[in-house]
Design a protein around this ligand. Sequence first.
Ligand SMILES: Cc1ncc(COP(=O)(O)O)c(C=O)c1O
Length: 422
Amino acid sequence: MNSNNESIVSRIRQHFPNIDHDISGKERIFLDNGAGSLVLKEAANAENFARINASANVDGQYYESELNEEILKKGREALAVLFNSKSPDNIFQGESASSLSFLIAIALRNYIGKEGNVISTYNEHYSSVGPYIFLKKNGFIRDVKLTKINPETTEIDLEHMKELMDKNTKLIVATAESNLTGTKSTITQLRKLADENDGLLIIDGVHYAPQDLIDVTSPNVDAFIISMYKLFGPRGSFAYLSDNLLRQSEPYNVDPFTNRFKGSFMELGTRDQAIFNSSFEVVKFLSNLIEDKGIISRSGIEEAFAWNKSYLTNLNKFILEGDGYTPGLNNIKNVRILGIKETKDLDRRGSTFSFNFENIDDAKAEKIYWEKFGITVVGGNHFNLAHDYLSRKSVLRVTFLMYNTIEEARKFLKATEYIASI
Ligand SMILES: Cc1ncc(COP(=O)(O)O)c(C=O)c1O
C-alpha cells in the first residue's frame, strides 16, 4: 500500500471502534460489508444523542420539538449534498430500501397504468422487482419484464432490454451495482432507453453507495435509493425522487393536505430523528475524509469518492490477480468466481466478489473462514435474482470497503488458498 493510502486508511479505521475485533474480543477481519457495513463512531453517538434529547415530535413551540425539527432538516440537507440533489425537498426517508421501493411503486401504479409495463433486469435485489410483481398480480399494471444478463460478466444485455421495450414501457428499474457480483450498470445507457419512451428511471444504489460517487444529475435519474446501514450508518434508508416522478405519483397520504414536494408526501408516519442525525454524521465524515474542512460539502464528497474509487480499484486488482507473494482469486485452483474477472475491466465492477469452491461446499467454507481465520465470509443467495438465473443456489460473498487494508485482503486470499487446497 502506498504511504498516502496507508495513512488515509489508518485514519478511517480510527472512526470504527470495532474495526478489527468483535464485542467478545475476538480479532476478526470484517468482509461481510455487502450485508451491512461497520458503523461509524460519530454516527452511533449522534443516533444516541438524538434518541435521548430530541424525542419530542415536530410542530411544538418548545425546545425539544424544535431540536427534533432542526435535526430532520439538517439530515435532509446533508443527504441532498450526498445525492447532489438541487433541493432537500427531493429527499425522502424510509424504514428500509425495500419499504421505499414499495411506496414508490404503489405511488406510480396509475402512471404505469393497466396497459403499462415495467422493465427490470436479472441483476436485481428482490426488493427492486417485488413491488412491480405485486402491482401486476393485483391488476394495477400489465407486466414486469426482466432483461437477460451476460452469464460471464453479469452485465445487463442492453440489446435484449431494447427488444423488451414497447410503447407501453413506462419505467426502467435497475441496480447501480449488483449486490451479488459487484457488476455495475451503465446508467447513462439506461437513461437513454427510458427517454425513448419519455419513461422514468429508478436506480437501486444500495450496494453502490459506499463505493462510488452518487450524482443524481449525471445522468438525471428519477429515483436513487440507498440504505444507510450499508454506508457506515444506522438502519434506515433515503431516496432522491425527481420532480418529474413526484408529479406522476399518487401515494397513500395519511395527511390529505400534504405538499406533493415535501417529506410526508412519500413518508408514512413520524420520522425517526435518530436516523437523520446519524446519517448527517456519515455525510460529514465523507465530506471531511481527505481534507478536514469541518463542514459538509459536495467538493469534499467528490474528493472522498475519487480517492475511494482509486484505492478500491487497486485492491480489486490485487484480489483478482494477487502479487508475487499471494495468488489472486483468478489463480487459485478450485475457485469459481462469478462476474467480471479481467483486470482490464475493473472500471465495470465494484469491490464485491462472489465465488464457490469446487472442493468444498459454501457452509463448510464459511465455517473455516470464521473459525480458523477469523474472516467474515457469508454464503447464500443474497436476495438477488441472478443466483437463480445463473443456477448458483448459493455463493460466498466478500465486499471490501474503504476501511479494509491490503493486509486484510492478503489474509483473505491466503485463507482462500488454504480452503481450496483441502
Ligand atoms: C442492492 C440492494 N438493494 C436493496 C436492498 C434492500 O435493502 P433494505 O434492507 O434496506 O431493504 C439490498 C440489501 O441487501 C441490496 O443489497
